[in-house]
Ligand binder design. Structure first.
Ligand SMILES: C[S@@+](CC[C@H](N)C(=O)[O-])C[C@H]1O[C@@H](n2cnc3c(N)ncnc32)[C@H](O)[C@@H]1O
Length: 269
């Protein structure tokens, strides 16, 4: 059984871990043999998966530029933030608006150690331990409360995390509890792996479940329900390459794997 779901297990490099497998797939160095073994199995199943994780980082960047640059958001709560990588949320946000406050929240201690070290000289970005499985503790966290002003809109980022919540753990209720707590004018971003009904989606899901212990791909309609009744900003919930692509953003026609994840941003009125 891997780390990454539930309570955030103690550090154990002999067990594969969601954050470190993702780091390896992104070409990072903060991973161990067990993580690399699982990653190599996933790559063997679907070699294009590395393009998928890069597309995930790319759409995360586009969403931040939209939220900070166009929607005027100056506070981001990144739940399931992952290990620091080449272009991190706070770096992208600060290029647009240096006064943006960012809270990274993850249940993985290794993620928090790395983020804390990276942020030693940054007074507007903080790393906090927290668990998506326990929204009240996120909302009531003194650290989260101290770093974000809950009277002003917040951009809630749920990038590549909700597919690690099984239906039996009621993802819509967990996400809904966070959305309910957000101030008016806030936004929520979800990136989610897609159940397209095709064999490669099923194979990828099976390989990830085997290696990581838990994952649940969902249909576009199921992901849409995670936003509750909120209206999505254009272009709505779409395959990742179609969410406000930059010039040069690879399309599904370029890489078939890019149809296996969707992205959407909703606004809380
Ligand atoms: C695949 S990474 C995504 C990283 C980043 N959001 C991105 O999209 O590039 C998923 C992250 O979610 C974290 N995570 C998984 N389950 C979690 C939970 N229940 N609560 C908080 N973080 C969790 C993992 O530790 C990991 O860092």
């Amino acid at each position: 059984m891997a780390d990454g779901g539930g309570q955030g297990d103690a550090f154990d490099p002999s067990r594969p871990n969601v954050a470190r497998v993702y780091d390896y797939l992104l070409g990072g160095k903060d991973n161990f043999a067990a993580d690399r073994a699982v990653s190599d199995q996933i790559i063997a199943t679907l070699p294009q998966v590395v393009l998928g994780v890069r597309a995930q980082r790319a759409v995360l960047g586009r969403v931040i530029r939209y939220l900070v640059g166009e929607a005027g958001i100056r506070q981001l709560l990144d739940v399931g933030s992952g290990l620091p990588t080449a272009d991190n949320v706070h770096e992208i946000a600060h290029r647009v608006a240096p006064d943006t406050r960012v809270v990274y929240l993850d249940n993985d201690q290794v993620v928090l150690n790395h983020a804390t070290a990276l942020l030693a000289d940054d007074s507007s970005t903080f790393a906090v331990r927290g668990d998506l499985f326990d929204p009240p503790s996120i909302i009531a966290s003194p650290a989260v409360r101290a770093h974000l002003n809950w009277d002003k809109p917040i951009g809630l980022l749920l990038c590549g995390i909700v597919h690690y919540v099984l239906d039996s753990d009621h993802p819509a209720e967990l996400v809904g509890a966070l959305i309910d707590a957000l101030p008016s004018g806030s936004y929520v971003f979800i990136h989610h792996l897609l159940d397209t009904g095709e064999p490669d989606a099923a194979e990828l899901q099976a390989q990830m479940a085997k290696g990581l212990g838990r994952v649940q791909f969902r249909t576009m309609a199921q992901v849409r329900k995670l936003f509750g009744g909120l209206d999505l900003v254009p272009p709505g919930l779409v395959p990742v390459p179609q969410w406000r692509p930059d010039p040069g953003t690879a399309s599904r026609a370029d890489h078939g794997v890019l149809r296996l994840a969707c992205a959407g941003v909703a606004r809380k009125p």
